[in-house]
Design a protein around this ligand. Sequence first.
Ligand code: ADP
Length: 598
Amino acid sequence: MRRSRFLWKLYAGYAVLILTTAALVGVLVGRSVVDSAEKQAHNELLARARALVADDRMIGWFRADPDKHIQQWFGEQGVATGTRLTAIRADGLVLADSDFNPHQMEDHGTRPEFLAAQSAPVGYNKRRSVTSQIDTMYVAVPVLAGTEFLGVARAAYPLDTVESELAEIRAQVVLGATAAAVVALVLAFVVARRTTRPLVEITSVADAIARGDYRRRAAKTAGDEIGQLATSFNSMAQQLLDRVDTISRDRERLVAILGGMVEGVVATDVNELVTHMNDVAGRILGVSPAQSIGRPIYEVTRSAEISETLGRALHDRDREAAEMVRVGPHEDEVVELRVAPLRGAGGVVDGAIVMLHNVTELRRLERIRQDFVANVSHELKTPITAIRGMAETLVEDADMPIATRERFVEKIKDQSLRLSSLVSDLLTMGRLESEGSLVRIEPVDLARVVDSATTAVAPVADKRRTRVSVDVPGEAVEVLGDQDALEQMLTNLLSNAVKYTPAGGEVWVRLGRSAEVAVLEVRDSGVGIEPIHQKRIFERFYRVDKARSRELGGTGLGLAIVKHISLAHGGDVSFESTPGRGTVFRVRLPLATEDDVA
Ligand code: ADP
Protein backbone atom coordinates (compact mmCIF):
# COMPACT_ATOMS: atom_id res chain seq x y z
CA MET A 1 0.00 0.00 0.00
CA ARG A 2 1.28 3.46 -0.77
CA ARG A 3 2.43 5.71 2.07
CA SER A 4 -0.35 7.85 3.44
CA ARG A 5 0.42 11.35 4.51
CA PHE A 6 -3.14 11.66 5.69
CA LEU A 7 -2.52 8.79 8.16
CA TRP A 8 0.43 10.63 9.68
CA LYS A 9 -1.44 13.92 9.82
CA LEU A 10 -4.36 12.29 11.57
CA TYR A 11 -2.01 10.39 13.86
CA ALA A 12 -0.06 13.54 14.69
CA GLY A 13 -3.36 15.16 15.76
CA TYR A 14 -4.18 12.18 17.93
CA ALA A 15 -0.67 12.16 19.39
CA VAL A 16 -0.78 15.87 20.31
CA LEU A 17 -4.17 15.30 21.94
CA ILE A 18 -2.97 12.25 23.88
CA LEU A 19 0.29 13.79 25.02
CA THR A 20 -1.37 17.06 26.08
CA THR A 21 -4.04 15.15 27.97
CA ALA A 22 -1.47 12.90 29.63
CA ALA A 23 0.68 15.89 30.62
CA LEU A 24 -2.34 17.80 31.92
CA VAL A 25 -3.62 14.82 33.89
CA GLY A 26 -0.11 14.19 35.22
CA VAL A 27 0.30 17.76 36.39
CA LEU A 28 -3.18 17.92 37.94
CA VAL A 29 -2.87 14.55 39.64
CA GLY A 30 0.65 15.46 40.84
CA ARG A 31 -0.57 18.74 42.21
CA SER A 32 -3.54 17.25 43.98
CA VAL A 33 -1.31 14.51 45.43
CA VAL A 34 1.11 17.19 46.72
CA ASP A 35 -1.80 19.18 48.11
CA SER A 36 -3.30 16.23 49.88
CA ALA A 37 0.11 15.12 51.22
CA GLU A 38 0.73 18.59 52.61
CA LYS A 39 -2.76 18.74 54.02
CA GLN A 40 -2.22 15.41 55.66
CA ALA A 41 1.12 16.53 57.12
CA HIS A 42 -0.55 19.73 58.31
CA ASN A 43 -3.35 17.80 60.02
CA GLU A 44 -0.93 15.44 61.68
CA LEU A 45 1.19 18.33 62.96
CA LEU A 46 -1.95 20.11 64.18
CA ALA A 47 -3.11 16.99 66.02
CA ARG A 48 0.27 16.63 67.72
CA ALA A 49 0.48 20.27 68.68
CA ARG A 50 -3.06 20.10 70.04
CA ALA A 51 -2.24 16.96 71.99
CA LEU A 52 0.65 18.83 73.65
CA VAL A 53 -1.51 21.85 74.48
CA ALA A 54 -4.18 19.60 75.95
CA ASP A 55 -1.76 18.48 78.69
CA ASP A 56 -2.58 20.05 82.13
CA ARG A 57 1.05 20.65 82.95
CA MET A 58 1.50 22.97 80.06
CA ILE A 59 0.11 26.15 81.69
CA GLY A 60 2.38 25.66 84.68
CA TRP A 61 5.41 25.04 82.53
CA PHE A 62 4.64 28.11 80.38
CA ARG A 63 4.22 30.42 83.36
CA ALA A 64 7.58 29.36 84.83
CA ASP A 65 11.13 29.59 83.51
CA PRO A 66 12.54 26.81 81.39
CA ASP A 67 12.20 23.59 83.20
CA LYS A 68 13.89 20.24 82.55
CA HIS A 69 10.55 18.40 82.84
CA ILE A 70 9.02 20.11 79.89
CA GLN A 71 12.20 19.52 77.93
CA GLN A 72 12.17 15.88 78.84
CA TRP A 73 8.52 15.46 78.00
CA PHE A 74 8.88 17.22 74.63
CA GLY A 75 11.88 14.99 73.97
CA GLU A 76 9.85 11.86 74.68
CA GLN A 77 6.88 13.04 72.66
CA GLY A 78 9.16 14.01 69.77
CA VAL A 79 10.65 10.53 69.67
CA ALA A 80 7.22 8.90 70.04
CA THR A 81 5.66 10.85 67.16
CA GLY A 82 8.75 11.26 64.99
CA THR A 83 8.05 14.97 64.97
CA ARG A 84 10.08 17.91 66.07
CA LEU A 85 8.16 19.58 68.91
CA THR A 86 8.95 23.03 70.29
CA ALA A 87 7.49 25.06 73.16
CA ILE A 88 7.80 28.82 72.72
CA ARG A 89 6.80 31.14 75.49
CA ALA A 90 4.82 34.35 74.85
CA ASP A 91 8.03 36.41 75.08
CA GLY A 92 9.65 34.29 72.35
CA LEU A 93 11.84 32.20 74.66
CA VAL A 94 12.14 28.57 73.66
CA LEU A 95 11.12 26.49 76.67
CA ALA A 96 11.70 23.08 75.12
CA ASP A 97 12.59 21.40 71.81
CA SER A 98 12.49 17.72 71.07
CA ASP A 99 15.40 17.78 68.64
CA PHE A 100 17.62 20.65 69.80
CA ASN A 101 18.94 22.20 72.97
CA PRO A 102 16.60 25.11 73.82
CA HIS A 103 19.40 27.04 75.51
CA GLN A 104 21.24 27.30 72.29
CA MET A 105 18.19 28.36 70.30
CA GLU A 106 17.55 31.97 69.53
CA ASP A 107 14.47 34.00 70.35
CA HIS A 108 11.46 32.60 68.40
CA GLY A 109 9.15 35.58 69.05
CA THR A 110 9.29 36.66 65.42
CA ARG A 111 8.51 33.29 63.82
CA PRO A 112 5.46 33.72 61.53
CA GLU A 113 3.60 30.67 62.93
CA PHE A 114 4.16 32.06 66.44
CA LEU A 115 2.84 35.46 65.49
CA ALA A 116 -0.14 33.96 63.67
CA ALA A 117 -1.08 31.74 66.62
CA GLN A 118 -1.26 34.80 68.95
CA SER A 119 -4.55 35.85 67.34
CA ALA A 120 -5.79 32.60 65.74
CA PRO A 121 -6.38 29.03 66.88
CA VAL A 122 -3.63 27.77 64.50
CA GLY A 123 -0.48 29.36 63.15
CA TYR A 124 1.03 27.85 60.07
CA ASN A 125 4.18 28.40 58.09
CA LYS A 126 6.46 26.67 55.62
CA ARG A 127 10.10 27.79 55.42
CA ARG A 128 13.67 26.84 55.79
CA SER A 129 14.46 26.30 59.43
CA VAL A 130 17.19 28.55 60.89
CA THR A 131 17.91 25.91 63.48
CA SER A 132 17.96 22.76 61.30
CA GLN A 133 18.62 24.35 57.93
CA ILE A 134 15.93 22.12 56.39
CA ASP A 135 12.74 23.15 54.56
CA THR A 136 10.14 22.62 57.25
CA MET A 137 6.38 22.84 57.78
CA TYR A 138 5.38 24.43 61.13
CA VAL A 139 2.02 24.27 62.86
CA ALA A 140 1.67 26.26 66.11
CA VAL A 141 -1.23 26.03 68.55
CA PRO A 142 -1.59 28.72 71.25
CA VAL A 143 -1.31 27.73 74.93
CA LEU A 144 -4.02 29.75 76.63
CA ALA A 145 -4.88 30.31 80.26
CA GLY A 146 -8.46 31.42 79.80
CA THR A 147 -7.87 34.15 77.28
CA GLU A 148 -4.29 34.86 78.37
CA PHE A 149 -1.76 33.92 75.66
CA LEU A 150 1.10 32.02 77.29
CA GLY A 151 2.90 30.86 74.19
CA VAL A 152 2.65 28.17 71.58
CA ALA A 153 3.23 24.48 71.21
CA ARG A 154 4.72 23.95 67.77
CA ALA A 155 5.03 20.79 65.71
CA ALA A 156 7.39 20.76 62.78
CA TYR A 157 7.95 18.33 59.99
CA PRO A 158 10.92 18.39 57.62
CA LEU A 159 9.55 18.81 54.13
CA ASP A 160 12.38 16.86 52.54
CA THR A 161 10.73 13.69 53.87
CA VAL A 162 7.43 14.82 52.31
CA GLU A 163 9.31 15.77 49.18
CA SER A 164 10.93 12.38 48.78
CA GLU A 165 7.56 10.70 49.26
CA LEU A 166 6.07 13.13 46.81
CA ALA A 167 8.84 12.46 44.31
CA GLU A 168 8.01 8.79 44.47
CA ILE A 169 4.32 9.49 43.94
CA ARG A 170 5.15 11.89 41.16
CA ALA A 171 7.33 9.28 39.49
CA GLN A 172 4.44 6.83 39.65
CA VAL A 173 2.07 9.41 38.22
CA VAL A 174 4.51 10.14 35.39
CA LEU A 175 4.99 6.43 34.81
CA GLY A 176 1.25 5.82 34.79
CA ALA A 177 0.60 8.75 32.47
CA THR A 178 3.40 7.66 30.16
CA ALA A 179 2.16 4.09 30.06
CA ALA A 180 -1.39 5.30 29.37
CA ALA A 181 -0.06 7.65 26.69
CA VAL A 182 1.91 4.85 25.03
CA VAL A 183 -1.12 2.55 25.02
CA ALA A 184 -3.26 5.44 23.75
CA LEU A 185 -0.70 6.24 21.05
CA VAL A 186 -0.67 2.63 19.84
CA LEU A 187 -4.47 2.50 19.86
CA ALA A 188 -4.61 5.88 18.11
CA PHE A 189 -2.31 4.54 15.40
CA VAL A 190 -4.54 1.52 14.89
CA VAL A 191 -7.65 3.73 14.77
CA ALA A 192 -5.98 6.24 12.43
CA ARG A 193 -4.89 3.46 10.13
CA ARG A 194 -8.34 1.95 10.12
CA THR A 195 -9.84 5.33 9.31
CA THR A 196 -7.38 6.18 6.57
CA ARG A 197 -6.94 2.75 4.98
CA PRO A 198 -10.15 2.90 2.85
CA LEU A 199 -9.28 6.47 1.86
CA VAL A 200 -5.76 5.43 0.89
CA GLU A 201 -7.20 2.56 -1.10
CA ILE A 202 -9.73 4.78 -2.87
CA THR A 203 -6.90 7.21 -3.63
CA SER A 204 -4.71 4.48 -5.11
CA VAL A 205 -7.66 3.14 -7.15
CA ALA A 206 -8.34 6.68 -8.40
CA ASP A 207 -4.67 6.93 -9.39
CA ALA A 208 -4.89 3.60 -11.24
CA ILE A 209 -8.05 4.72 -13.06
CA ALA A 210 -6.38 8.00 -14.00
CA ARG A 211 -3.55 5.93 -15.50
CA GLY A 212 -6.10 4.04 -17.61
CA ASP A 213 -6.75 0.92 -15.51
CA TYR A 214 -10.53 1.35 -15.55
CA ARG A 215 -11.23 -2.11 -14.12
CA ARG A 216 -9.83 -1.37 -10.60
CA ARG A 217 -12.42 -1.02 -7.83
CA ALA A 218 -12.23 0.10 -4.17
CA ALA A 219 -13.20 -2.53 -1.56
CA LYS A 220 -16.29 -1.59 0.42
CA THR A 221 -15.09 -1.73 4.02
CA ALA A 222 -17.79 -0.22 6.20
CA GLY A 223 -21.32 1.10 6.12
CA ASP A 224 -20.26 4.59 7.16
CA GLU A 225 -19.56 7.64 5.01
CA ILE A 226 -16.24 6.20 3.84
CA GLY A 227 -18.04 3.01 2.79
CA GLN A 228 -20.56 5.15 0.91
CA LEU A 229 -17.70 7.05 -0.65
CA ALA A 230 -16.21 3.75 -1.87
CA THR A 231 -19.61 2.73 -3.28
CA SER A 232 -20.13 6.06 -5.05
CA PHE A 233 -16.57 5.97 -6.29
CA ASN A 234 -17.01 2.45 -7.68
CA SER A 235 -20.23 3.36 -9.46
CA MET A 236 -18.49 6.44 -10.85
CA ALA A 237 -15.62 4.24 -12.08
CA GLN A 238 -18.15 1.83 -13.64
CA GLN A 239 -19.87 4.68 -15.45
CA LEU A 240 -16.51 5.91 -16.62
CA LEU A 241 -15.64 2.44 -17.87
CA ASP A 242 -18.99 2.20 -19.67
CA ARG A 243 -18.43 5.56 -21.30
CA VAL A 244 -14.88 4.74 -22.27
CA ASP A 245 -16.17 1.45 -23.71
CA THR A 246 -18.88 3.26 -25.64
CA ILE A 247 -16.43 5.86 -26.91
CA SER A 248 -13.87 3.27 -28.00
CA ARG A 249 -16.59 1.13 -29.60
CA ASP A 250 -17.92 4.16 -31.45
CA ARG A 251 -14.40 5.06 -32.45
CA GLU A 252 -13.66 1.59 -33.74
CA ARG A 253 -16.94 1.61 -35.61
CA LEU A 254 -16.12 5.01 -37.06
CA VAL A 255 -12.65 3.87 -38.09
CA ALA A 256 -14.19 0.75 -39.66
CA ILE A 257 -16.77 2.87 -41.49
CA LEU A 258 -14.10 5.28 -42.68
CA GLY A 259 -11.86 2.38 -43.65
CA GLY A 260 -14.67 0.75 -45.63
CA MET A 261 -15.64 3.88 -47.51
CA VAL A 262 -14.97 4.12 -51.21
CA GLU A 263 -14.15 7.75 -50.68
CA GLY A 264 -10.91 8.99 -49.22
CA VAL A 265 -11.38 10.68 -45.87
CA VAL A 266 -8.89 13.00 -44.19
CA ALA A 267 -9.70 14.68 -40.87
CA THR A 268 -7.77 17.72 -39.70
CA ASP A 269 -7.78 19.93 -36.65
CA VAL A 270 -8.29 23.66 -36.80
CA ASN A 271 -4.59 24.18 -37.58
CA GLU A 272 -4.87 21.93 -40.64
CA LEU A 273 -2.84 19.16 -39.00
CA VAL A 274 -3.96 15.69 -40.14
CA THR A 275 -5.69 13.74 -37.35
CA HIS A 276 -7.01 10.84 -39.37
CA MET A 277 -6.61 9.44 -42.88
CA ASN A 278 -8.16 6.30 -44.29
CA ASP A 279 -6.41 3.94 -46.69
CA VAL A 280 -8.37 5.15 -49.72
CA ALA A 281 -7.23 8.74 -49.08
CA GLY A 282 -3.68 7.43 -48.72
CA ARG A 283 -3.98 5.71 -52.09
CA ILE A 284 -5.49 8.74 -53.85
CA LEU A 285 -2.85 11.07 -52.42
CA GLY A 286 -0.04 8.55 -52.77
CA VAL A 287 1.03 8.85 -49.10
CA SER A 288 1.14 6.60 -46.05
CA PRO A 289 -1.81 7.34 -43.73
CA ALA A 290 0.17 6.37 -40.60
CA GLN A 291 3.02 8.73 -41.45
CA SER A 292 0.67 11.59 -42.27
CA ILE A 293 -0.89 11.88 -38.81
CA GLY A 294 0.11 15.06 -37.01
CA ARG A 295 1.60 16.73 -40.08
CA PRO A 296 0.22 19.81 -41.87
CA ILE A 297 -2.09 18.77 -44.70
CA TYR A 298 -0.22 20.85 -47.26
CA GLU A 299 3.04 19.13 -46.40
CA VAL A 300 1.31 15.75 -46.80
CA THR A 301 -0.67 16.39 -49.98
CA ARG A 302 1.34 19.16 -51.69
CA SER A 303 -1.97 20.20 -53.18
CA ALA A 304 -2.88 23.86 -53.40
CA GLU A 305 -6.50 22.93 -54.16
CA ILE A 306 -6.87 20.91 -50.96
CA SER A 307 -5.21 23.58 -48.80
CA GLU A 308 -7.22 26.40 -50.31
CA THR A 309 -10.56 24.57 -50.08
CA LEU A 310 -9.81 23.49 -46.52
CA GLY A 311 -8.73 27.02 -45.59
CA ARG A 312 -11.97 28.45 -47.03
CA ALA A 313 -14.13 25.88 -45.20
CA LEU A 314 -12.40 26.60 -41.88
CA HIS A 315 -12.56 30.36 -42.42
CA ASP A 316 -16.18 30.54 -43.62
CA ARG A 317 -17.27 27.66 -41.33
CA ASP A 318 -19.14 26.24 -44.28
CA ARG A 319 -18.97 23.33 -46.71
CA GLU A 320 -16.76 23.76 -49.75
CA ALA A 321 -16.25 21.68 -52.86
CA ALA A 322 -13.65 21.67 -55.61
CA GLU A 323 -12.09 19.43 -58.20
CA MET A 324 -8.43 18.77 -58.73
CA VAL A 325 -6.35 16.90 -61.25
CA ARG A 326 -3.47 14.78 -59.99
CA VAL A 327 -0.81 13.43 -62.27
CA GLY A 328 -1.10 9.67 -62.03
CA PRO A 329 1.38 7.01 -63.14
CA HIS A 330 -0.71 6.09 -66.21
CA GLU A 331 -3.16 8.91 -66.69
CA ASP A 332 -4.22 12.10 -64.99
CA GLU A 333 -6.70 11.47 -62.22
CA VAL A 334 -9.66 13.70 -61.53
CA VAL A 335 -10.41 13.94 -57.82
CA GLU A 336 -13.52 15.57 -56.44
CA LEU A 337 -12.98 17.37 -53.14
CA ARG A 338 -15.62 18.06 -50.53
CA VAL A 339 -14.71 19.75 -47.26
CA ALA A 340 -17.01 20.06 -44.26
CA PRO A 341 -16.08 21.88 -41.06
CA LEU A 342 -16.33 19.86 -37.83
CA ARG A 343 -17.92 21.47 -34.82
CA GLY A 344 -16.86 20.55 -31.31
CA ALA A 345 -18.33 21.47 -27.94
CA GLY A 346 -20.38 24.67 -28.08
CA GLY A 347 -20.57 24.58 -31.87
CA VAL A 348 -17.04 25.95 -32.25
CA VAL A 349 -15.30 24.78 -35.42
CA ASP A 350 -12.34 22.69 -34.28
CA GLY A 351 -11.42 20.83 -37.44
CA ALA A 352 -12.62 19.66 -40.82
CA ILE A 353 -13.27 16.54 -42.85
CA VAL A 354 -11.91 16.35 -46.37
CA MET A 355 -13.60 13.81 -48.64
CA LEU A 356 -11.70 12.74 -51.74
CA HIS A 357 -13.50 10.97 -54.53
CA ASN A 358 -11.61 9.67 -57.52
CA VAL A 359 -13.99 10.49 -60.37
CA THR A 360 -11.60 9.69 -63.22
CA GLU A 361 -13.54 6.59 -64.22
CA LEU A 362 -16.86 8.39 -63.78
CA ARG A 363 -15.71 11.23 -65.99
CA ARG A 364 -14.41 8.77 -68.58
CA LEU A 365 -17.72 6.93 -68.61
CA GLU A 366 -19.56 10.22 -68.89
CA ARG A 367 -17.41 11.20 -71.84
CA ILE A 368 -17.93 7.79 -73.47
CA ARG A 369 -21.67 8.10 -72.99
CA GLN A 370 -21.71 11.61 -74.47
CA ASP A 371 -19.54 10.47 -77.38
CA PHE A 372 -21.78 7.49 -77.88
CA VAL A 373 -24.94 9.58 -77.98
CA ALA A 374 -23.28 12.01 -80.41
CA ASN A 375 -22.05 9.12 -82.57
CA VAL A 376 -25.37 7.33 -82.61
CA SER A 377 -27.19 10.54 -83.53
CA HIS A 378 -24.70 11.23 -86.25
CA GLU A 379 -24.81 7.67 -87.63
CA LEU A 380 -28.59 7.71 -87.66
CA LYS A 381 -28.81 11.16 -89.10
CA THR A 382 -26.81 10.39 -92.24
CA PRO A 383 -29.04 7.63 -93.70
CA ILE A 384 -32.21 9.37 -92.51
CA THR A 385 -31.20 12.63 -94.22
CA ALA A 386 -30.33 10.72 -97.40
CA ILE A 387 -33.63 8.80 -97.38
CA ARG A 388 -35.58 11.96 -96.72
CA GLY A 389 -33.79 13.94 -99.44
CA MET A 390 -34.35 11.25 -102.05
CA ALA A 391 -37.97 10.61 -101.02
CA GLU A 392 -38.71 14.35 -101.24
CA THR A 393 -37.12 14.52 -104.67
CA LEU A 394 -39.20 11.56 -105.81
CA VAL A 395 -42.38 13.17 -104.51
CA GLU A 396 -41.65 16.60 -105.94
CA ASP A 397 -40.30 15.59 -109.32
CA ALA A 398 -43.23 13.88 -111.06
CA ASP A 399 -41.48 14.00 -114.42
CA MET A 400 -38.40 12.10 -113.25
CA PRO A 401 -37.29 9.49 -115.80
CA ILE A 402 -38.15 5.99 -114.72
CA ALA A 403 -34.49 4.88 -114.69
CA THR A 404 -33.49 7.70 -112.30
CA ARG A 405 -36.52 6.97 -110.18
CA GLU A 406 -35.48 3.33 -109.86
CA ARG A 407 -31.94 4.32 -108.91
CA PHE A 408 -33.35 6.58 -106.21
CA VAL A 409 -35.58 3.84 -104.85
CA GLU A 410 -32.61 1.46 -104.87
CA LYS A 411 -30.57 3.99 -102.85
CA ILE A 412 -33.43 4.47 -100.42
CA LYS A 413 -33.47 0.70 -99.96
CA ASP A 414 -29.66 0.65 -99.33
CA GLN A 415 -29.94 3.42 -96.78
CA SER A 416 -32.83 1.69 -95.02
CA LEU A 417 -30.79 -1.51 -94.87
CA ARG A 418 -27.92 0.43 -93.38
CA LEU A 419 -30.30 2.01 -90.91
CA SER A 420 -31.68 -1.39 -90.06
CA SER A 421 -28.26 -2.99 -89.52
CA LEU A 422 -27.21 0.04 -87.44
CA VAL A 423 -30.29 -0.27 -85.25
CA SER A 424 -29.86 -4.02 -84.95
CA ASP A 425 -26.16 -3.58 -84.00
CA LEU A 426 -27.18 -0.94 -81.46
CA LEU A 427 -29.78 -3.29 -80.00
CA THR A 428 -27.21 -6.09 -79.80
CA MET A 429 -24.77 -3.72 -78.05
CA GLY A 430 -27.47 -2.63 -75.64
CA ARG A 431 -28.37 -6.21 -74.85
CA LEU A 432 -24.75 -7.23 -74.36
CA GLU A 433 -24.03 -4.32 -72.07
CA SER A 434 -26.93 -5.08 -69.77
CA GLU A 435 -26.50 -7.71 -67.09
CA GLY A 436 -27.13 -11.32 -68.11
CA SER A 437 -26.62 -10.44 -71.73
CA LEU A 438 -26.47 -14.00 -73.01
CA VAL A 439 -29.95 -15.24 -73.75
CA ARG A 440 -29.31 -18.94 -73.36
CA ILE A 441 -26.32 -20.68 -71.97
CA GLU A 442 -25.83 -24.22 -73.21
CA PRO A 443 -23.06 -26.38 -74.61
CA VAL A 444 -22.35 -25.17 -78.14
CA ASP A 445 -20.26 -27.00 -80.73
CA LEU A 446 -18.13 -24.32 -82.34
CA ALA A 447 -17.91 -26.35 -85.60
CA ARG A 448 -21.60 -25.66 -86.10
CA VAL A 449 -21.00 -21.98 -85.36
CA VAL A 450 -18.27 -21.92 -88.03
CA ASP A 451 -20.65 -23.61 -90.42
CA SER A 452 -23.50 -21.11 -89.95
CA ALA A 453 -21.20 -18.07 -90.07
CA THR A 454 -19.48 -19.15 -93.29
CA THR A 455 -22.88 -19.82 -94.82
CA ALA A 456 -24.02 -16.35 -93.77
CA VAL A 457 -21.08 -14.55 -95.42
CA ALA A 458 -20.96 -16.81 -98.48
CA PRO A 459 -23.12 -14.52 -100.69
CA VAL A 460 -20.92 -11.47 -100.04
CA ALA A 461 -17.75 -13.52 -100.42
CA ASP A 462 -18.96 -14.95 -103.67
CA LYS A 463 -19.85 -11.52 -104.91
CA ARG A 464 -16.31 -10.34 -104.18
CA ARG A 465 -14.81 -13.54 -105.46
CA THR A 466 -13.18 -14.14 -102.12
CA ARG A 467 -12.36 -17.71 -101.22
CA VAL A 468 -13.27 -18.77 -97.73
CA SER A 469 -11.34 -21.84 -96.48
CA VAL A 470 -12.46 -23.67 -93.38
CA ASP A 471 -10.29 -25.82 -91.11
CA VAL A 472 -12.31 -27.60 -88.41
CA PRO A 473 -11.13 -30.62 -86.35
CA GLY A 474 -12.96 -33.96 -86.59
CA GLU A 475 -14.28 -33.96 -83.01
CA ALA A 476 -16.66 -31.42 -81.49
CA VAL A 477 -15.17 -28.36 -79.80
CA GLU A 478 -17.69 -27.43 -77.17
CA VAL A 479 -17.96 -24.25 -75.18
CA LEU A 480 -20.66 -23.12 -72.79
CA GLY A 481 -22.55 -20.22 -74.28
CA ASP A 482 -25.17 -18.63 -76.45
CA GLN A 483 -25.16 -20.10 -79.97
CA ASP A 484 -26.74 -17.03 -81.64
CA ALA A 485 -24.29 -14.66 -80.03
CA LEU A 486 -21.30 -16.83 -80.99
CA GLU A 487 -22.59 -17.00 -84.56
CA GLN A 488 -22.94 -13.23 -84.66
CA MET A 489 -19.39 -12.86 -83.31
CA LEU A 490 -17.88 -15.07 -85.98
CA THR A 491 -20.06 -13.56 -88.71
CA ASN A 492 -18.80 -10.09 -87.78
CA LEU A 493 -15.18 -11.26 -87.97
CA LEU A 494 -15.73 -13.07 -91.26
CA SER A 495 -17.65 -10.22 -92.86
CA ASN A 496 -14.85 -7.81 -91.81
CA ALA A 497 -12.28 -10.17 -93.30
CA VAL A 498 -14.23 -10.31 -96.55
CA LYS A 499 -14.95 -6.55 -96.51
CA TYR A 500 -11.36 -5.48 -95.94
CA THR A 501 -9.86 -7.92 -98.41
CA PRO A 502 -9.74 -6.75 -101.99
CA ALA A 503 -11.78 -8.74 -104.51
CA GLY A 504 -10.22 -12.09 -105.35
CA GLY A 505 -8.49 -12.41 -101.96
CA GLU A 506 -8.55 -15.20 -99.45
CA VAL A 507 -10.04 -15.76 -96.02
CA TRP A 508 -9.29 -18.68 -93.68
CA VAL A 509 -11.31 -19.82 -90.71
CA ARG A 510 -9.63 -22.23 -88.34
CA LEU A 511 -11.05 -23.87 -85.25
CA GLY A 512 -8.63 -25.45 -82.81
CA ARG A 513 -8.29 -26.40 -79.19
CA SER A 514 -5.64 -26.56 -76.51
CA ALA A 515 -5.92 -28.09 -73.04
CA GLU A 516 -8.59 -25.74 -71.75
CA VAL A 517 -9.49 -23.28 -74.49
CA ALA A 518 -11.06 -23.30 -77.90
CA VAL A 519 -9.34 -21.02 -80.43
CA LEU A 520 -11.19 -19.49 -83.37
CA GLU A 521 -8.98 -17.80 -85.93
CA VAL A 522 -10.12 -15.65 -88.88
CA ARG A 523 -7.28 -14.76 -91.18
CA ASP A 524 -7.41 -12.67 -94.34
CA SER A 525 -5.05 -11.49 -97.03
CA GLY A 526 -6.53 -8.01 -96.89
CA VAL A 527 -5.47 -4.43 -96.36
CA GLY A 528 -4.39 -4.87 -92.74
CA ILE A 529 -4.58 -2.23 -90.02
CA GLU A 530 -2.04 0.55 -89.54
CA PRO A 531 -0.38 0.43 -86.09
CA ILE A 532 -1.81 3.84 -85.05
CA HIS A 533 -5.33 2.48 -85.43
CA GLN A 534 -4.71 -0.88 -83.84
CA LYS A 535 -5.31 0.34 -80.30
CA ARG A 536 -8.73 1.72 -81.06
CA ILE A 537 -10.48 -0.61 -83.48
CA PHE A 538 -12.52 -2.26 -80.69
CA GLU A 539 -14.05 1.10 -79.70
CA ARG A 540 -17.61 1.66 -80.71
CA PHE A 541 -17.99 3.57 -83.99
CA TYR A 542 -14.25 3.61 -84.52
CA ARG A 543 -13.43 3.09 -88.14
CA VAL A 544 -10.11 3.42 -89.91
CA ASP A 545 -11.73 4.80 -93.04
CA LYS A 546 -15.25 6.02 -92.41
CA ALA A 547 -16.32 6.49 -96.01
CA ARG A 548 -15.04 3.12 -97.04
CA SER A 549 -16.60 1.34 -94.10
CA ARG A 550 -19.93 2.99 -94.85
CA GLU A 551 -19.69 2.12 -98.45
CA LEU A 552 -19.10 -1.48 -97.45
CA GLY A 553 -22.12 -1.40 -95.13
CA GLY A 554 -20.16 -1.20 -91.86
CA THR A 555 -21.63 0.35 -88.76
CA GLY A 556 -18.43 0.70 -86.72
CA LEU A 557 -19.95 -1.56 -84.06
CA GLY A 558 -18.87 -4.96 -85.41
CA LEU A 559 -15.65 -5.40 -83.43
CA ALA A 560 -17.15 -3.83 -80.28
CA ILE A 561 -19.82 -6.56 -80.45
CA VAL A 562 -17.14 -9.24 -81.01
CA LYS A 563 -15.25 -8.06 -77.95
CA HIS A 564 -18.37 -7.99 -75.80
CA ILE A 565 -19.46 -11.48 -76.81
CA SER A 566 -16.04 -13.03 -76.24
CA LEU A 567 -15.79 -11.39 -72.80
CA ALA A 568 -19.32 -12.47 -71.92
CA HIS A 569 -18.20 -16.06 -72.59
CA GLY A 570 -15.22 -15.69 -70.28
CA GLY A 571 -12.84 -15.46 -73.21
CA ASP A 572 -10.86 -12.77 -75.01
CA VAL A 573 -10.09 -11.51 -78.48
CA SER A 574 -6.78 -10.38 -79.97
CA PHE A 575 -5.38 -9.73 -83.40
CA GLU A 576 -2.19 -9.33 -85.40
CA SER A 577 -2.09 -7.29 -88.54
CA THR A 578 0.45 -6.33 -91.17
CA PRO A 579 -0.70 -3.43 -93.34
CA GLY A 580 -1.02 -4.52 -96.96
CA ARG A 581 -0.64 -8.19 -96.16
CA GLY A 582 -3.52 -9.16 -93.94
CA THR A 583 -4.94 -9.56 -90.48
CA VAL A 584 -5.65 -12.45 -88.14
CA PHE A 585 -8.26 -12.18 -85.36
CA ARG A 586 -8.07 -14.80 -82.62
CA VAL A 587 -10.87 -15.53 -80.15
CA ARG A 588 -10.10 -17.79 -77.20
CA LEU A 589 -13.01 -19.29 -75.29
CA PRO A 590 -12.93 -21.62 -72.27
CA LEU A 591 -13.93 -25.17 -73.21
CA ALA A 592 -17.03 -26.65 -71.63
CA THR A 593 -16.09 -29.18 -68.92
CA GLU A 594 -17.57 -32.65 -68.80
CA ASP A 595 -19.88 -31.55 -65.99
CA ASP A 596 -21.19 -28.70 -68.17
CA VAL A 597 -21.91 -31.03 -71.05
CA ALA A 598 -23.65 -33.55 -68.81
P1 ADP B 1 -17.03 -1.66 -89.34
O1 ADP B 1 -18.49 -1.80 -89.31
O2 ADP B 1 -16.56 -0.37 -89.87
O3 ADP B 1 -16.37 -2.83 -90.04
P2 ADP B 1 -15.82 -2.76 -87.04
O4 ADP B 1 -15.99 -2.45 -85.62
O5 ADP B 1 -16.20 -4.11 -87.45
O6 ADP B 1 -16.56 -1.66 -87.84
O7 ADP B 1 -14.32 -2.53 -87.38
C1 ADP B 1 -13.70 -1.33 -87.02
C2 ADP B 1 -12.62 -0.97 -87.98
O8 ADP B 1 -11.54 -1.91 -87.90
C3 ADP B 1 -13.07 -1.05 -89.41
O9 ADP B 1 -13.58 0.20 -89.83
C4 ADP B 1 -11.78 -1.38 -90.13
O10 ADP B 1 -11.10 -0.20 -90.48
C5 ADP B 1 -10.97 -2.15 -89.17
N1 ADP B 1 -11.00 -3.61 -89.45
C6 ADP B 1 -11.81 -4.52 -88.87
N2 ADP B 1 -11.53 -5.77 -89.35
C7 ADP B 1 -10.56 -5.62 -90.25
C8 ADP B 1 -9.82 -6.55 -91.07
N3 ADP B 1 -10.07 -7.86 -91.07
N4 ADP B 1 -8.85 -6.03 -91.88
C9 ADP B 1 -8.59 -4.70 -91.85
N5 ADP B 1 -9.23 -3.80 -91.11
C10 ADP B 1 -10.20 -4.26 -90.29
